[in-house]
Design a protein around this ligand. Sequence first.
Ligand code: PGA
Length: 249
Amino acid sequence: MPRKFFVGGNFKMNGVADSLSSIVANLNAAQVDPNTEVVIAPPSLYLLLVRQLADPKFAVSAQNVFDKPNGAFTGEVSVEQLRDAKIDWTIVGHSERRTILKEDDDFVARKTKAAIEGGLNVILCIGESLEDREADKTLDVVTRQLNAVAGVLSKEQWAKVVIAYEPIWAIGTGKVATTQQAQEVHATIRKWLADKISPEASDNTRVIYGGSVSEKNCRDLAKEPDVDGFLVGGASLKPAFVDIINSNI
Ligand code: PGA
């Protein structure tokens, strides 16, 4: 079974009810590749609205979730609450949360585990800073981030994970990774899956790229053998998102 192409739209902290409704209406009306799995992640306040408006063929994802089931955790959203709202996915470990909100590898790992055990699928974000890349530490950093998650998940639970490789220097900067840079890291992740998890996890886990993906660069990236789709920020708010969804046709 080939890996199903996967495109996620991370709206981040953008949009209000009106603008998000029209983004979803455009998406509902678009011709999208039926062989691509599409998941959109609106701000948490609008998860219910977007789930209600989006065509059922589109999955809806939270941008974050907490690792505890319930209780005195002001401002957080639980796995159970997401499931109750018919949300099937969550992003975990986005670099904006790792850097701005100071989430560390262990916290990201605990959230990944809680999400999967509660029945969610996870888009697990990993990626190096510019400083790491310039110091030739890219592969060490992504392996360290993955090892933390491997420490808490069973081998079978990897079936619920999509790994998003997102170099921090490429996010929101317009400076996309080259096809070679993406393929090199994706191939390393696939080898890590084979060595640390299982041959099945290596064959079946989607490894998607994120960081300044646009309608202009998506087709070349999609041709790389280990690029199984994209996590799209800025461009997911625009009509160009449909071209990115269809980049694998
Ligand atoms: P970008 O964001 O496409 O705006 O670079 C990607 C992401 O952060 O997921």
